[in-house]
Design a protein around this ligand. Structure first.
Ligand code: 6PG
Length: 245
């Protein structure tokens, strides 16, 4: 388990450090390949990160954008993860449409999921059993220790071969489309950006609690991800974070 966490005084400086990390990893990727890929999460947490990335100097014309998950929402609706990234990052950074591979939240969830898998397979030119390798996967953490749209008790937490799927989230009485563990675990670099006191218990559980990913899904990525880095503010890191077992 190679997990690193960085604690910052406030959400702004945590988002700053996360933005520099993303820019650095994409730059490293572009040093060795024509294109780089990043998968973005949604929720409230990433707004500051997206704003900072939009102002970052990088060869954005060689970066392709994907999503970790999406709500059953059309791209113009306030709860659309695409809309959040589009308004705060893609439009300000003038990212050409051809580099944006969004999950079509306006479609029936199973159809949106299969079209997203097709788009990923085509972009990465994947063979039958192959998994895409995103250069950077950006994740958030729910207070219930969910990440992406992999919520506690989700049977697909056991899946290692499928790329994305529609999942019904009982607690939210709504469908989501989400990348699945096999893809997240294959990502070259995974960052969690998590801020606020309401996340402190979840952070402590994921980073130091007994391993139980069915109960605390973010543990799966944290324990088995390739290079996992957590960016936390003081409030989110306020519970005892002793070195992981
Ligand atoms: C989503 C996300 C989800 C998010 C967490 C944390 O669509 O909601 O991708 O996994 O990262 O729920 O969300 P907040 O930052 O809003 O607390």
């Amino acid at each position: 388990m190679s997990v690193v966490w960085h604690e910052h005084p406030d959400p702004e400086s945590a988002a700053d450090a996360a933005a520099q990390f993303v820019r650095g990893r994409l730059e490293d990727a572009l040093a060795g390949q024509p294109l780089a890929t990043v998968a973005l999460s949604g929720g409230r947490g990433p707004a500051a990160l997206f704003g900072k990335l939009a102002r970052a100097s990088l060869a954005w014309d060689r970066v392709h954008f994907f999503w970790v998950d999406e709500r059953s929402a059309p791209p113009w609706r306030a709860d659309s993860n695409f809309r959040l990234a589009n308004e705060l990052l893609l439009e300000p950074a003038r990212i050409p449409k051809g580099q944006i591979h969004r999950i079509e939240g306006e479609l029936r969830p199973d159809l949106a999921a299969s079209r997203y898998v097709d788009a990923i397979r085509e972009f990465f030119a994947l063979g039958p059993q192959q998994m895409p390798r995103f250069d950077v996967a950006h994740l958030g953490l729910g207070a219930d220790c969910h990440t992406a749209s992999l919520f506690p008790g989700e049977p697909l937490l056991e899946d290692r071969s499928a790329i994305a799927a529609a999942v019904y989230v009982e607690r939210l009485s709504s469908w989501r489309v989400t990348l699945l563990p096999g893809v997240l675990l294959a990502a070259s670099h995974i960052l969690f950006l998590t801020t606020g006191a309401e996340k402190a218990e979840a952070v402590r559980t994921v980073l130091t609690g007994p391993y139980n990913p069915q109960r605390w899904p973010a543990q799966l990525i944290t324990h088995h991800g390739r290079h996992v880095v957590w960016f936390l503010d003081h409030a989110a890191a306020s519970k005892e974070l002793s070195a992981p077992a």
